[in-house]
Structure formats: structure tokens, C-alpha cells
Design a protein around this ligand. Structure first.
Ligand code: NAI
Length: 287
């Protein structure tokens, strides 16, 4: 199978954790990898070259091909530089894994606008900037692969992560439309919600649970989504610890009102409105 052989793939936030694992696997499978990492702390503060450089060295030592990039995905300029790094080194870009991320966890009633904005900028705007910069290359060559890192914190909610959950589910919204707009150009867009022991989860989940969640379990699914063979698009997968699970939106049979109902009529029908028995995969009624 052609897989990702000779594909130019940008992995953001690849200097550690899951991104490193994705970059190593993609390089082992024959991809030409751009290892992007700002090199800062878990909360997004600071920067440096050593994280990305170490992963590039690891890939090269194993006989693979990789270059480093240290730009922040949170700015349009940084993302443009990142995609230019791929073009300068390898001539084009075939895929982006939007993996870079930070945390600014805090309960909602204490959240500041800075904590909200910093998280949106790296996750949601970062996914936008990097994919937007790569998109013309994808269209021109009639091939592109996009993976975003979403999270069960967005899909289901998680205490203290309103900023992060909103950004992570925003990326699923991005993917849903990219899937539609990319279809005729052989561009796919999918989302992976990983579960893995990294610096991000080190103090969030219990040690016994983290032991069972090595990042290596997630990487093959990302690798497959980047491959030529995988033409599925707009799928959302929860992946970790040996489990790979698809998550999808379902909608029930609508309750119809010929006239705008009174509040009492809404209340009288509430059990039917919220009853999910017989629900089917949802679709956009305006699409
Ligand atoms: P991590 O903290 O090890 O990796 C994130 C990487 O992104 C770091 O190397 C960091 O330097 C880099 N980064 C941060 N801001 C950046 C920026 N502006 N530009 C470029 N690089 C930047 O954490 P982990 O766990 O590997 O997370 C990877 C992705 O997976 C994140 O998007 C995270 O939200 C997501 N995720 C992880 C889960 C887990 O169980 N570990 C659960 C759900 C989602």
C-alpha cells in the first residue's frame, strides 16, 4: 500500500507527547516530515528549538527524513512560515496534523479573557491558520489530508476546561466543512480525540490509568488517516490505550408543529422532543 510514502506531512506540536509519536511513525512509514514545535511550556509560555530539533535528530538517526520548524501556529505569519518550510525543503505539502496544544485550565467563573483567548488561538485558530496556508497546495495537486486533534473534553465536556473544550469541538466544526469543500479535490479532513499519557495529562488522570495509555497507540490511526488509501472524511475517532472508537452525532425523529407552539405545547411535547429512541445519524437540514 502506498500509505504515506514520500508524502510531505507537517505535524504541529511534534516536539513531544503525541505529536512526536505521530512524526516518528509517519517518518518510519516513509513520509517526509516537518516537525513543528514552539518549544514552550504546557501553558504556552516560553519557546525554544530543542524539542523540535531532538525529534528531527531521532528521525534522522533512524534513517528517516525530517526538518524542524519553530514557529507558533497561533499566528497567520507563523503558519505561513511553517508551510513555507515544507515547500522549501520538499517542494509541497500533502498533509497537516493539527496537534499543537496548550492548557489554561480553570473553572468557568474564574476564567479570564486571556485564558480563554490563549487557548482558542493555539488550538482553533492554529488549526485554521495552518490548514488555510496548506489548502491551496492541496487543491492545486488534487490531494490533501487534514487531521485535527479534538478531545473528549469538547465532545462530552470536562470540569475546568470550558476554554479548551470549546476550542476542541470548534475544530470538529472546521473539519465538517473542510470535508465538504475538499471532497472534489481528494482532500479529507478528520478528527482524532486522543487519550494518552503526556505532559498534558500527567497531573489530570490517575497514574494507573496513564500507564495504559502510551501515545504509540494513537499514532497508527493518525498515520492511516493521512494515507492515500483512507478516503473517509469528517470522521471523529476517540483513540487510546488500544481502543479505537468512532463518535457521531445522531438526531431523533423531529416533532412537528404547524404553528409556532405555546410554551405549554412545548412542555407537553418535551418527552417526545428529547426522546432519542429511533435516532439516526444527523445531517444538516440546510445542506
Ligand atoms: P503536549 O503538551 O506534550 O504536546 C503539545 C505540543 O504542542 C508541545 O510540544 C508544545 O510545545 C506544542 N505547542 C504548544 N503551543 C504551540 C504553538 N503555538 N505552536 C507550535 N507548537 C505549540 O501534549 P499532548 O498530550 O501530546 O497533546 C497533543 C494534542 O492532543 C493537543 O492538541 C491536545 O490538546 C490533544 N489531546 C491530548 C490528549 C491526551 O490524552 N494527551 C487528550 C485530548 C486531546
Amino acid at each position: 500500500m502506498p500509505g504515506v510514502t514520500d508524502r510531505v506531512i507537517v505535524v504541529t506540536g511534534a516536539g513531544g507527547g503525541l505529536g512526536r509519536e505521530y512524526a516518528l511513525l509517519l517518518a518510519r512509514e516513509g513520509a517526509l516530515v516537518v516537525v513543528n514545535d514552539l518549544g514552550g511550556a504546557r501553558d504556552g509560555s516560553g519557546s525554544g528549538h530543542s524539542m523540535a530539533d531532538a525529534v528531527v535528530a531521532e528521525i534522522r538517526a533512524a534513517g528517516g527524513t525530517a526538518v524542524a520548524n519553530y514557529d507558533s501556529v497561533a499566528t497567520e505569519e507563523g503558519a505561513a512560515n511553517l508551510i513555507q518550510t515544507a515547500v522549501d525543503a520538499f517542494g509541497t505539502v500533502h498533509g497537516v496534523v493539527n496537534n499543537a496544544g496548550i492548557l489554561r485550565d480553570v473553572v468557568f467563573h474564574k476564567m479570564t479573557t486571556d485564558q480563554w483567548t490563549a487557548v482558542q488561538q493555539v488550538h482553533l485558530s492554529g488549526g485554521y491558520h495552518v490548514t488555510r496556508a496548506a489548502w491551496p497546495h492541496f487543491r492545486d495537486q488534487g490531494f490533501g489530508r487534514v487531521v485535527v486533534a479534538t478531545s473528549t473534553s469538547g465532545i462530552y465536556g470536562n470540569f475546568g476546561q470550558a476554554n479548551y473544550g470549546a476550542a476542541k469541538l470548534g475544530l470538529v466544526g472546521l473539519v465538517n466543512t473542510l470535508a465538504l469543500e475538499g471532497r472534489k479535490y481528494n482532500i479529507t479532513a478528520n478528527a482524532v480525540a486522543p487519550l494518552a499519557a503526556t505532559r498534558m495529562t500527567a497531573d489530570i488522570a490517575p497514574a494507573e490509568m496513564l500507564e495504559k495509555l502510551p501515545p504509540a497507540h494513537v499514532a497508527p490511526v493518525v498515520g492511516y488517516l493521512m494515507s492515500e488509501e483512507c478516503t473517509d472524511t469528517a470522521t471523529v475517532l476517540v483513540v487510546g490505550g488500544g481502543s479505537v472508537q468512532r463518535v457521531q452525532q445522531f438526531a431523533n425523529k423531529p416533532v412537528l408543529f404547524a404553528q409556532p407552539p405555546s410554551l405549554d405545547e412545548v412542555a407537553a411535547n418535551w418527552d417526545r422532543i428529547t426522546d432519542m429512541s429511533g435516532a439516526e445519524p444527523g445531517r444538516n437540514p440546510l445542506g
